[in-house]
Design a protein around this ligand. Sequence first.
Ligand code: HEC
Ligand code: HEC
Ligand code: HEC
Ligand code: HEC
Length: 139
Amino acid sequence: MTKRSLLAVLAILCGLGLMLSLSAPAYGQAKPKDTYILKGSPMGGVKFEHKLHAERAENKCDVCHHASKPEKALDQPQQACTGCHTKAATPPMKTNTVGAFHKTATATAGTCIDCHKAENAKGKKAPVKCLDCHKKENT
Ligand code: HEC
Ligand code: HEC
Ligand code: HEC
Ligand code: HEC
């Protein structure tokens, strides 16, 4: 192979590598987005800062992403909640979308609220009122 054709091959390989790294991974662990807009409630969507929250949870991912459960097993260590916790739970699943994020519509406990209450007791200002999370502007 001449030096020139070797360079051409290298350039093509670099291009392919860049394309692969820019496109979403086709397999393996998905990368989380920095921010998610969680939609579904007629009161409005919830803007969830994933990157900030992973730091707030000291990178203990299982604070929110529970271990695999028999009724519907995980394919990877962390997956989108809404992929399994649908608006109406389909048996054998029992926990619907709202239940995954806060227990019942009164929202006094659950995944998001438990930590917010604990943090607020330490002087933080994490939202616990319905319309501080659910906002019409997040559509
Ligand atoms: C405070 C709660 C919380 C913590 C802590 C957290 N996550 Fe998440 N994560 C979420 C939520 C909520 C979503 C979006 C779910 C949805 O769209 O249904 C998400 C989405 C994801 C996704 C995207 C999954 C997909 O298939 O689209 C990945 C990957 C992920 N998280 C990884 C992590 C990792 C790694 C950590 C630890 C460093 C972590 N998360 C910590 C709540 C959390
Ligand atoms: C691969 C499927 C899957 C994913 C993804 C998933 N879950 Fe679950 N989850 C389950 C199963 C199965 C159960 C147990 C059956 C049930 O309660 O419906 C469960 C139960 C729960 C419960 C009730 C547990 C209890 O002890 O009362 C909560 C809360 C919950 N999940 C929150 C979340 C959150 C938040 C996320 C995303 C960060 C998430 N789940 C992602 C499958 C999943
Ligand atoms: C590990 C504890 C913890 C968990 C779990 C948690 N949060 Fe938070 N959240 C916080 C803290 C701390 C703040 C910021 C308080 C401050 O700035 O004083 C916050 C702030 C927020 C805010 C305001 C905007 C921002 O990010 O600063 C929203 C909205 C929010 N959280 C949504 C959620 C949702 C939705 C969930 C569940 C998927 C969740 N949080 C789970 C700790 C947590
Ligand atoms: C800490 C943030 C937070 C607070 C506070 C909160 N919610 Fe939610 N709620 C969520 C998230 C995240 C979801 C899942 C995304 C969605 O469905 O909008 C959700 C879902 C819901 C749903 C289900 C919508 C559907 O998809 O079927 C209802 C109903 C709901 N919330 C009502 C309430 C009410 C009423 C209050 C106040 C008593 C409240 N929420 C307080 C974060 C919050």
